[in-house]
Design a protein around this ligand. Sequence first.
Ligand code: PLP
Length: 410
Amino acid sequence: MESSAIRSVRPSPTLAADARVRQKIAAGEDVLHLAFGEAGLPVLPAVAEALARGSGDNRYGAVAGSAEARTAAAGYFSRRGLPTGPEQVVFAPGSKPLLYALLNVLPGDVVLPCPSWVSYAAQAELAGKHVASVPIGEAGGVPDCVALEEAARPGTLVLTLPDNPTGTVASPELVREVAAIADGAGLAIVSDEIYRDLAFDDEFLSPAEVLPEGTIVTSGLSKSMALGGWRIGFARMPDSDLGRSLGNAVAGLASEVWSSLAAPMQHVAAYVLSEPQEVRDHVAASRRLHRAVSLAAWERLTGAGVECRRPGGGFYLYPDFEPLRGRLGIETADGLAELLLERFGIAVLSGPAFGDRPDGLRFRMATSLLYGRGDEQRWEALASDHPAALPWIAAALDRLEAAVSTIARS
Ligand code: PLP
């Protein structure tokens, strides 16, 4: 067989960027790694103990997850204003496969905010879907309402609350407005709420509260508990006919592709999602740390003349260097990312990875890998009242500011 006959599937830009940066670091280069969306924090010991307790469980188990894990997830959603029964919950090895399964089985086109998380468009393409990309307005994660009115058509609208890549959180009013447009157009909503517990303010509205029958919520423990490598994701199907059909379809796809979330991880999920005080405290400390460092980075960037939406949750910023275009002598987002890496040793992920225009001078930076070189520094950062002042974090922020100021002065 000719190798050219093989269907080409590119690696996810975020994983590819991480591999490239780690190679540079391994080769002895001093790189400030802002290109990867990993939570950058240690495992809570009580969670490691839950995994140890579950390690003897070597059964395949039910596709959607154990009764304990599904009940705990139902409680998790119910405590957040979304009354949920265990039968509405499906677990998987990460929320990524759940999003892929949903985009596969839901009918119609896929409508995405632009920019949006790297994998939605790639997954939609793998699922053979047409993607309509709609620009964001004041906040990321949801499309601008006027543009959405024009682009709306039956299918699936994916929202990200809080957002990756912009780090913003759509206001409740905006969520209501977007949900009303989606409802009118026959769009089901997939609300990716994997950063929900890392929203800085209490003001959070899930579209599932506004459109309970037509909204699917996805989430996981990769971000709030920094367990990305443990691959624990879950989805809440609506309590409606659509929800029951979707739950069956997603579980059917899961049964043919990944079978179930690894059984020991289901024990972890049951423990974490029952939210004992220790877990709540850990998530609260993580949220404080992400907030302090991303806001400190935002202040440095905007202080140097760069435009940037103020972050409201998670650990991302999406700066726009348009005001500095004349001084850069660079015309593309990729050129800007390359300049930052080669001249200043700062790795970021350029805007087009998120569907943004190649000639927009924007990129995503994650602040979460700045918390320390090892677990000792990371625990110190978690416990600190002023983490941005810790020497290793302050040095990284200084380096970022110096690079941007050099560009602004040139
Ligand atoms: N959704 C968003 C917006 C993300 O940023 C990520 C991870 O980077 C995911 C989903 C996937 O998370 P996981 O598959 O680890 O649950």
